[in-house]
Design a protein around this ligand. Structure first.
Ligand SMILES: [Zn+2]
Length: 73
């Protein structure tokens, strides 16, 4: 069963429309559109976590520098 990319509710296949309809917000998309939307969401989430990792390692570098400079005093 597909999930709505807008509100994460269950989506139902409508064979008359040949589209997937969200049972909660009423979003109506084709399977291809739905796949594309989910792909975009996954890519966005990946980018965010990637940036988060970069920020974390930058902070660690700074801490390493700070602690080593402290020892030199
Ligand atoms: Zn929805």
């Amino acid at each position: 069963m597909a999930r709505c990319p807008e509100c994460a509710a269950m989506m139902e296949w409508n064979s008359k429309l040949k589209m997937v309809v969200c049972l909660s917000c009423g979003l109506t998309v084709t399977r291809t559109e739905l796949d594309r939307m989910w792909k975009k969401i996954r890519e966005t989430n990946f980018d965010e976590s990637d940036n988060y990792e970069k920020k974390k390692s930058r902070k660690k570098d700074w801490l390493d520098w700070y602690s080593s400079s402290d020892k030199n005093k």
